[in-house]
Design a binder for this molecule. Structure first.
Ligand SMILES: Cc1ncc(COP(=O)(O)O)c(C=O)c1O
Length: 445
């Protein structure tokens, strides 16, 4: 288990002075309700990323010629924050989302974003809006980081300016009454992505391209589309917005990452967990013909999708060229269920995090923006101070005090040391009567 890392960005936090009404936890859907705050950071050619801030969630104002509206230069990510039974806040493998962000950015010519900055932006926003994380079983706080090209120009070239933003949405349980196998439609006309294209990048265009097939499947009564490869319409790629796994005669097979498949974080986690249980997991090309052949032979034991939204979703039947192929009598398989229970158990903290996948977020109860504000309180319960080498990004000194008076020698001494190379991080606990349960951190400005 990791605790949140060093403070890299000096994020300016301006709290909204009103808090929206929290949704009824029984009526949560997906991505329709947003929290009180958002994270925003700007990029300008020559200047790099600058002005990170957390502020009120609000409309954007942008030039209509901004290149994102015309040539779709944008990327997004998706991950979740989970509340454990003990009230702790867990992020599941945010470093993987940060790394995938940079692979996407490379493919569509967006600037790179330091991994620690991505994690910090997400963690601090979740910390600020932590009371929006729903606690009913299966619910969570969906985190949507995204980057858009903002240069006002109709020229087709990489934008000279960008905004990186993070928004949060409380989401309901995907399966309210236990895991339910779904019926899927094997799409043999439309394709999602082609090798050499942008299928392995998380960019909006891929999703626009998938809508037509998705609509057709829905109209025909299927929950999802199973995508085949774009060249031969022969090999299985993904299911809806999930990766796909087959259990064939005891062995697990999943399509190899060929360039047109999104490298899912749940896919990677599933492979690691399944291998740790002793399964052979093979990443290879698998044709739809082979899937039905093994189904005919009676050795297609389980089929499931993996992704952040549903984690693991069992597939009960596949419709292809006029024939409905049923898997495991439309029942959830034992491996699918075990994998779902394990991954969600790690996410919600009820299963041991053996792989070190959880990053904890410390909630923010009270914000102190700068020394002037901090001085308003003359006694603090405790303070922990870290000196951080800005270049190496390592902690080079620590100090702590209990029942400290602000401006006491501990803090004064440390503050003298701040310079171009050193940052100071303060972690302050206030007496309960000022900020009930409150702890907070902020670099002095
Ligand atoms: C096209 C596509 N494939 C697969 C996935 C699953 O990826 P992950 O497990 O990282 O959520 C997603 C969702 O993010 C997706 O959009």
């Amino acid at each position: 288990m990791k605790t949140r890392g060093l403070i890299m960005l000096n994020i300016k936090v301006t709290l909204s002075n009103e808090s929206k009404e929290k949704p009824n936890p029984d009526e949560l859907g997906f991505g329709q309700i947003f929290t009180d705050h958002m994270f925003v950071m700007t990029y300008d050619e020559g200047q790099g990323w600058h002005d990170p801030m957390i502020k009120k969630y609000e409309d954007l104002s942008m030039d209509p010629s901004a290149c994102v509206f015309h040539y779709g230069q944008e990327m997004f990510e998706g991950l979740k924050a989970y509340k454990t039974a003990e009230g702790e806040i867990n992020l599941f493998r945010p470093d993987m989302n940060a790394k995938r962000t940079n692979r996407t950015n490379d493919r569509i010519c967006l600037p790179q974003l330091p991994i620690e900055d991505f994690i910090q932006a997400v963690s601090e926003l979740v910390a600020v809006d932590h009371d929006w994380i729903p606690t009913a079983p299966g619910t969570s706080l969906y985190i949507r980081p995204f980057i858009i090209g903002t240069e006002p120009t109709l020229m087709v070239h990489p934008s000279m300016s960008y905004e990186f933003m993070v928004i949060l949405s409380p989401v309901g349980a995907y399966y309210k009454e236990g895991l339910n196998p779904v019926k899927i439609f094997v799409e043999d006309e439309y394709v999602r992505a082609v090798k050499g294209g942008v299928g392995e990048a998380k960019t909006g265009g891929n999703y626009a391209a998938s809508l037509k097939g998705q609509m057709r499947a829905k109209e025909l009564g299927y929950a999802q589309v199973l995508w085949l490869d774009a060249v031969e319409r022969k090999y299985v790629e993904e299911v809806g917005t999930s990766n796909i796994f087959f259990k064939i005669d005891g062995e697990i097979v999943t399509p190899e990452l060929s360039g047109s498949i999104l490298p899912g974080i749940t896919r990677d986690s599933s492979i690691q967990v399944l291998k740790s249980w002793g399964y052979t997991v093979t990443e290879r090309r698998i044709s739809i013909a082979e899937v039905f052949e093994v189904a005919e032979k009676g050795i297609l034991e389980e089929v499931f999708g993996t992704g952040t939204a549903a984690v693991v979703s069992p597939i009960g039947s596949m419709f292809y060229e006029g024939v409905e192929h049923v898997v495991n009598d439309m029942l959830i398989g034992e491996t699918t269920q075990r994998l779902y229970d394990t991954l969600t158990g790690v996410q919600y903290g009820s299963v041991k995090d053996e792989f070190g996948w959880i990053t904890k977020v410390k909630p923010v109860e009270a914000l102190v923006m700068n020394e002037t504000r901090l001085k308003d309180f003359d006694v603090i319960d405790s303070v922990e101070i870290e000196l951080i080498d800005k270049k190496k990004r390592t902690i080079v000194g620590k100090a702590a005090a209990v029942k400290a008076k602000f401006g006491s020698s501990v803090i004064a001494d440390v503050k003298k040391k701040a310079n171009d190379n050193l940052e100071i991080r303060l972690d302050v606990t206030f007496p309960d009567d000022w900020f009930p349960g409150g702890t907070y951190i902020r670099m002095p400005e």
